[in-house]
Design a protein around this ligand. Structure first.
Ligand code: PLP
Length: 420
């Protein structure tokens, strides 16, 4: 099936006389005819649901849809994007080990990596796109377990050179984990370029309606885990199961579920999965419209006298345009545009407060146009000088273009820019 058909059809198929629409199985538990049958589930020798902390039929259908969209061997839904990032790392690291990640990651991810994982004894080593391969490799030692990156970074909108960094990771025996939240599998399927694991905050475009927080981990099934004893040696918490032996290509994603989801319980509700599935059914249509609208917004802002600079990978003049053409379908670059107004922080604030259709929200990437001014919200404690050091210019605005009529969006932008 092509990706548009997968969005609509994959994951759930109704048989004779069954509901046409994915049912919500609102049940924590599942009944069995014999204790022996249930025992087989506990031994992992038979597949099936036993308790909804670990798996649920509604959730499973949505996991299958996302696995099919990304081209992976399996997926696991989590209660949030943060939980997906956390589990994707914890699944193959332990206290005393480290991993590489880029410094342009989403702020929540950076906090998780630099502060919380550090307390667990797992060290994040930050690198950036200006470094040569040799400089990056100087940060790798025999305790380095993975490289973590974003396809299109939030909010700086830098496009990842997936082939370059997946080869670098593989040369050093480690997997590349990609946060594909902004691109979604509609614009980019990182596995096709060598990534090994994909994570998502489904709270953004995948849900698309700003209704439910959620996350997803997808396994390509292609990484060779031979140097990862946590996958190749017996797991005592499952009577000595060896994941690579028993589950082959699905070793990583099976361990994430039966060990970490069992122990951490970052479980999504069946109703959340149902809402996410509704969003996924139109993802292909929305990503196209988001990207078309955002390009029009970016082009309009670029020529506007009240705008100091614009950053959008879909713009021909953008630093990341060549990578966008290579990695993003049609060069479509999602709905998020970053730009700066004239008159610094004051100009940005006047612009934001004058918008009518676009609302001020912490959220990003849903069907209603919304904006955020990091300098007066998420980074408001910092002085102008500190803001620049943190890479957040005082006039910087993150504009999340929705799927309304483009003329209405641009009219709103124009009347607000006039007020500066
Ligand atoms: C929002 C976001 C996250 C965190 O996801 P939540 O669902 O809010 O927990 C992770 N990565 C990226 C790129 C995001 O935009």
């Amino acid at each position: 099936m092509k990706k548009e058909t997968i969005c609509v059809q994959a994951g759930y198929e109704s048989k004779n006389g069954e509901p046409r629409v994915l049912p919500i199985y609102q049940s924590t538990t599942y009944s069995y005819d014999s204790s022996e049958e249930l025992a087989k589930l506990f031994d992992l020798s038979k597949e099936g649901h036993m308790y909804s902390r670990i798996s649920n039929p509604t959730v499973e259908c949505v996991e299958k849809k996302v696995a099919a969209l990304e081209g992976g061997v399996g997926a696991m839904m989590t209660s949030s994007g943060q939980a997906a990032s956390l589990i994707s790392i914890m699944n193959i690291t332990a206290s005393g080990e480290n991993f590489l990640c880029f410094s342009n990651l989403y702020g929540g991810t950076t906090n998780l990596f630099a502060v919380t994982l550090k307390k667990l004894g797992i060290e994040a080593r930050f690198i950036d796109y200006t470094m040569s391969d040799e400089e990056i490799e100087r940060h790798i030692d025999d305790k380095t377990r993975l490289l973590f990156a974003e396809t299109i970074s939030n909010p700086s909108l830098e496009v990842l050179d997936i082939e370059r960094y997946s080869s670098l990771a593989h040369r050093n025996g480690i997997p590349l984990i990609v946060d594909n939240t902004f691109a979604t599998p509609i614009l980019c399927r990182p596995f096709e370029f060598g990534a090994d694991i994909v994570v998502h905050s489904t709270s953004k475009y995948m849900d698309g309606h700003a209704e439910v927080v959620g996350g997803m981990i997808v396994d390509s099934g292609r990484f060779d885990w031979k140097d990862y004893p946590c996958l190749t040696e017996p797991d005592d918490s499952y009577h000595g199961v060896v994941y690579t032996k028993q589950f082959g290509a699905a070793a990583y994603i099976t361990k994430a579920r039966v060990q970490l989801m069992r122990d951490l319980g970052s479980t999504p509700s069946p109703f959340s999965a149902f809402l996410l599935n509704n969003g996924l059914e139109t993802l292909h249509l929305r990503m196209e419209r988001h990207s078309q609208n955002a390009l029009r917004v970016a082009e309009h802002l670029k020529n506007h006298p009240k705008v100091a600079w614009v950053s959008y990978p879909g713009l021909e003049s953008d630093k990341y345009h060549a990578l966008a053409l290579k990695y993003l379908d049609n060069g479509y670059s999602s709905g998020v545009v970053s730009f700066g107004t004239v008159n610094g922080k004051k100009g940005a604030t006047v612009f934001m407060d004058s918008l009518r259709l676009a609302k001020i929200c912490v959220h990003v990437a849903d069907l209603r146009t919304c904006v955020l001014h990091p300098a007066s919200t998420t980074h408001r404690q910092l002085t102008d000088e500190q803001l620049i050091k943190a890479g957040v210019k005082p006039e910087f605005i993150r504009f999340s273009t929705g799927i309304e009529n483009i003329d209405d969006i641009i009219a709103d932008i124009d009347q607000a820019l006039e007020k500066i």
